[in-house]
Design a protein around this ligand. Structure first.
Ligand code: SAM
Ligand code: SF4
Length: 312
């Protein structure tokens, strides 16, 4: 289905939990978030029913996110239910990768097609500092497990932060030179705990690695090819390069609110709706997508939620 600005909306990002086993400094407060009761978050059946309704509206790609989707009890059942919906061509997850050593193979068997793994530093001490509790080696083992389980075209998400990982840009680009993966640099957004003092524009990647040549865009990412290797580099620049014109997505939060835009305060409650009523609510959500966000002008997001509550 098209929104009122002629954008074809075919992508749903579904947050399956607010909880996470990490506490990344730009995403979550140190104390984490209050655990909600079971009844407050979407059940496995509700998740599947919402995706079925979205599929009837033209959604063919679903991404499960969070919080950390792999800490959600029932994640494999959610995957199985969504993978069985005929209109859904691609089921992806965005994960911090730490639980992939145990879950990569079961996820693949449950019908997950592709993974994005978030990793902001390749240095063990920095990693533990940034995540407050994590160990880099778990994520590296998780990446191996994903490859062994048969996941192809895995993307690596790196949030750019001045004074934290800008000196590692060439090391990350080197991964794209050595392996057939897409390394995506994401501009830090002033949402949740994101500190605008640490903002670094995506252009910094092109300055640090002048051998990158532009190729075609993919969705909201501008893409580049290094002079050697099979990998790619992507820049996701919500701040310095408006990407709203290519936005093809809607989001649903773990407590069942449809967000037409990550940075807009509009939320449409979906819980308790079924059949035609649910379908009409999803259609209203798509129609309600605003033309663009105003973060670059205002310096803040109107979202009203942290990233772990929406799904990045
Ligand atoms: N826990 C999973 C993970 O880390 O991949 C999924 C949820 S996390 C909220 C999704 C993505 O949002 C991650 O790649 C994370 O780095 C990104 N993110 C969180 N806060 C952000 C911010 N303020 N600006 C830019 N990206 C952010
Ligand atoms: Fe957890 Fe992902 Fe947020 Fe880090 S970015 S605290 S891993 S939800």
């Amino acid at each position: 289905m098209e929104d009122t600005f002629g954008r074809k909306v075919d992508y749903l990002r579904l947050s399956v939990t607010d909880l996470c086993n990490y506490r990344c400094r730009y995403c979550m407060p140190a104390e984490g978030v209050c655990k909600r009761g079971h009844g407050e978050i979407l059940s496995v059946e509700e998740c599947v029913e919402i995706v079925q309704a979205a599929a009837k509206c033209g959604v063919s790609k679903v991404r499960l996110t969070g919080g950390e989707p792999l800490v959600r009890r029932g994640i494999l059942d959610i995957c199985r239910g969504i993978a069985a919906i005929p209109e859904i061509e691609e089921l992806c997850l965005t994960t911090n990768g730490s639980l992939l050593p145990e879950l990569a193979a079961p996820l693949r068997q449950a019908g997950a097609d592709r993974l994005n793994i978030s990793l902001d530093t390749l240095r063990p001490q920095r990693f533990t500092h940034m995540t407050r509790v994590g160990r880099l080696e778990d994520v590296l083992r998780g990446m191996d497990a994903a490859r062994e389980a048969g996941f192809l075209h895995t993307k690596l998400n790196v949030v750019l932060m001045k004074g934290f990982n800008d000196d590692e840009i060439p090391d990350f680009v080197d991964i794209a030179r050595r392996f057939p993966v897409e390394v995506r640099f994401i501009e830090l957004m002033p949402i949740g705990e994101g500190d605008s003092e640490q903002f670094l524009p995506g252009e910094a990647v092109l300055t640090a690695c002048p051998d990158l040549s532009p190729i075609e865009d993919s969705g909201v990412a501008q893409r580049y090819r290094p002079s050697v290797g099979q990998g790619l580099v992507g820049l996701i620049q919500p701040m310095s390069h408006r990407f709203c014109g290519g936005c093809n997505r809607i989001r649903v939060t773990a407590d069942g609110k449809l967000k037409p835009c990550l940075h807009d305060c509009q939320e449409l409650p979906l819980r308790g709706l079924h059949g035609e009523e649910l379908l009409r609510a999803v259609q209203r959500g798509i129609a309600a997508k605003p033309e663009r966000h105003y973060m670059a002008e205002t310096g803040h997001s109107e979202s009203g939620r942290n990233m772990n509550q929406i799904g990045g």
